[in-house]
Design a protein around this ligand. Structure first.
Ligand code: 3H9
Length: 698
């Protein structure tokens, strides 16, 4: 038998243990191992019942995701679950940790399920563009009915053992020792000859036909607006409906076909890529070479939007935070910013008063810099201007203890120059938080030229504590995300000057899967920021490079987007999304006529062909120059910070799926129109020459 499954007999019970760390994924060796172990149990006359239990930290957390897209290796998981269900001996699943996906389906193949009270069960396949494909869509509804099944499978969110117990999916909550509890349960089953009912023969969930039918109808209606472009939630509902109306054999066949259908979609490929990319991004060389420094107490400089967002993220992760502001008015605003969010959490039932008191007990607002002298890390979150930041770092250098990490929250600025304001530049890193910093998951960790390894490792530890997705970024203007954004933002401006409307660009980008288009985003973020950046960079701009002045003309009117009620769109009071700005047409036409541009028609497809080519080409340069460690880090950045549709995997995964040769042809075609903006990235050329793709560099 393979070593990923172990087998022992305790009194009259065979105990089959999954030993495939870290999450007991149900890869081929595990599946074969279960078949062998069941065989062994059946051949032992002393064995009267079988327990399936996870070794290590969890019951299996699902099929082995790395196998998707490869050949289907026998025995498949559906067959293994059927085999478990068809045992003549009673089978008990003993669950701890997270029984997810195929893991829960294995448990549903058993006749009895016992779980620790901390255990969670779930069918999260939807997050991978899939549906439960080993009987989950057929067995779960037979116990729990349509509504609970739809909720579990279309949200992908696991539920606690107590909730599963209420649904009838878990039969028993274990005492502290799961194996002991399961063995004693097994003895009870053997001695009392408890009926070992197959889940596929249960009908508890099928009784209330009316509410099941309603649940299916409601789900289909809700998904029209909630599915976010995903294919598999609809197929999940189809499968659950089938479970309500068909035999198990028909239902399992239907589920299998639907699963294969989902498996073969580009959405599955994109989502599986995103799953692994997210996990890879925290693996960086520095953290491999050094342990992080101590990180319990954070100093935050600034109580504005970013400073208080960072403070909240740190407080919620259990850290102690000292927030410094320059005067009593500013610190009062900082306190207010922090309390406002906590009070909103209370009003939404996410926090209670004692929880707030506990959090506030770890928060020290002050106007005295000396109060951060002993912290482990300082994050400066003052105005995004080099001289202001350098002045703060100079001051920090004099105040904060040696050994503390000094970090700057910056979205564009040169971190080496900021570090040069101190006598300890190797203790400095950049941390690019995204606003609101207590909500947004992405954290770009910006690496200056020669930091200490443990300083970088501490940055990654901070991300872990705050439950953020960290990405290591090299030091350049805008790092990974904003650097790429500035290029596709420029392209969006070309499209409008050449004939598209901002609405057409936004619609095309939304139909691609983004929650909003670039012009809606610019209006939301505030047009004044970009305007200030453009003015600051005017002297260093290549005069030969195409420059579109439409946004400047808008700003000159004092229209900065949502906050002034007008920008690329107009925002009459009470409206959430912008409506057409009636003055914009004139501005655009004037700018076009200054350059003798005859407006062209752009199809949605053409808009996206150019938009994606610009984004990917810059992303490739970001990898080529070593600003990103690997292509998947760029994907993670754009997925978590810029709204790139997750089911497309990120821009460089999308590029692989689109085809690098086709992409290079597009770029060369555009280069004829504007050879300064369009220059095929050397990395794309290299990959094509070597017959490789971006994924080969991950
Ligand atoms: C399925 O079951 C389909 C069936 O219905 C039908 C089939 C026919 N496979 O997340 P972590 C790796 S679809 C392979 O950092 P945590 C992960 O990459 C599956 N590898 O830990 C990482 O590797 P590394 C349905 C997996 O404690 C390491 O394990 N199930 C798998 O933060 C640790 O992971 C799911 O979608 C896997 N299934 O979270 C569950 N899972 O160390 C997916 C994890 O090299 N998994 N790895 O970076 C999870 O949600 C989380 O991993 C879990 C633990 C909550 C379990």
């Amino acid at each position: 038998m393979s070593n990923v499954i172990s087998f022992e007999v305790v009194e009259n019970t065979a105990v089959i243990t999954f030993n495939n760390p870290p999450v007991n994924a149900l890869g081929h060796a595990v599946r074969s191992g279960i078949v062998d172990a069941l065989d062994k149990a059946n051949n032992n006359v002393n064995v009267k019942a079988i327990i399936l239990i996870g070794g290590g930290r969890t019951f299996p957390a699902g099929a082995d995701i790395t196998e998707f897209g490869g050949p289907l290796l026998e025995p498949g998981l559906p067959e293994v679950v059927n085999l478990i269900e068809n045992q003549t001996l009673p089978v008990i699943a003993a669950i701890h940790g997270t029984a997810l996906g195929g893991g829960l389906e294995i448990a549903l193949g058993a006749n009895f399920r016992i779980a620790t009270k901390e255990a969670k069960i779930g069918l999260p396949e939807v997050h991978l563009g899939l549906l439960p494909g080993a009987g989950g869509t057929q067995r779960f509804p037979r116990i729990a009915g349509a509504k609970a099944s739809i909720e579990l499978m279309t949200s992908g969110t696991p539920i606690r053992a107590s909730a599963a117990h209420k649904l009838g999916v878990i039969d028993k909550i274990a005492n502290d020792n799961l194996l002991d509890s399961a063995l004693s349960y097994s003895n009870t089953i053997i001695q009392n000859k408890l009926p070992a009912v197959k889940t596929s023969e249960r009908t508890d969930g099928l009784q209330d036909k009316k509410s099941n039918k309603e649940a299916i109808e409601n789900a289909r209606n809700a998904l029209k607006s909630k599915a976010g472009g995903l294919h598999s939630p609809f197929r999940i509902v189809d499968c659950i409906e089938k479970a309500l109306n068909s035999s198990i054999i028909e239902g399992l066949k239907y589920e299998r076909d639907a699963f294969i259908d989902c498996l073969n979609t580009p959405q599955r490929e994109g989502l599986v890529h995103a799953f692994f990319a997210e996990r890879k991004s925290s693996k960086v060389p520095e953290a491999g070479r050094a342990a992080p420094r101590q990180l319990e107490h954070l100093g935050v400089i600034g109580g504005g939007t970013m400073g208080s967002g960072i403070t909240l993220a740190a407080l919620k992760s259990g850290m102690q935070v000292t927030m410094v502001e320059q005067d009593s008015g500013s610190i009062a605003r900082g306190i207010q910013n922090v309390e406002k969010v906590l009070d909103r959490d209370i009003s939404k039932g996410r926090l209670d008063l004692s929880g707030k008191a506990e959090i506030m007990g770890r928060y020290t607002p002050t106007t005295d810099f000396q109060n951060i002298a002993e912290v482990d890390m300082v994050i400066e979150a003052v105005f995004e201007e080099m001289e202001v930041k350098k002045a703060v770092f100079k001051k920090l250098d004099n105040v904060v203890r040696q050994g503390a990490v000094l970090a700057s929250n910056t979205s564009y600025l040169d971190i080496d120059e900021i570090a040069s304001a101190t006598k300890r530049p190797r203790d400095v890193i950049g941390l690019h938080f995204f606003s609101p910093a207590n909500i947004m998951k992405l954290l770009e960790i910006v690496i200056p030229s020669n930091p200490y390894d443990d300083v970088v490792a501490t940055g990654f530890l901070l991300a872990k504590k705050m439950r953020k997705v960290p990405v290591r970024a090299g030091n350049c203007h805008g790092f990974i995300g904003n650097r790429i954004l500035s290029i596709y933002g420029e392209l969006a401006a070309y499209l409008v000057e050449d004939g598209a409307t901002p609405e057409q660009v936004d619609t095309a980008v939304r139909n691609f899967g983004y929650p909003m288009g670039p012009y809606q985003m610019f209006d939301m973020a505030g047009l004044d920021i970009g305007w200030a950046n453009r003015k600051a960079g005017a002297s260093s701009r290549d005069p030969k490079r195409r420059y579109v002045s439409i946004a400047d003309r808008i700003c000159e009117n004092g229209w900065f987007g949502q906050k002034t009620g007008k920008g690329f769109y107009e925002y009459p009071e009470g409206i959430r999304f912008g409506v057409e700005n009636p003055d914009l047409k004139q501005i655009i036409e004037t700018e076009r006529s200054k350059k003798n541009i005859i407006p062209k028609q752009f199809s949605e497809q053409e808009i996206m062909r150019r938009y994606m080519a610009a984004m990917i080409n810059e992303a490739a340069d970001v990898v080529h120059e070593g600003i990103a460690l690997r292509p998947s880090d760029v994907d993670v950045t754009l997925l978590y910070g810029y709204g790139f549709p997750r089911y497309r995997g990120g821009p460089l995964k999308y590029a692989d799926m689109y085809g690098l040769e086709k992409l290079a042809e597009d770029i060369k075609e555009f280069e004829k129109e504007d050879p300064i903006f369009w220059k095929l990235s050397p990395l794309i050329e290299k990959l094509i020459k070597e017959n490789k793709n971006f994924d080969s560099l991950n």
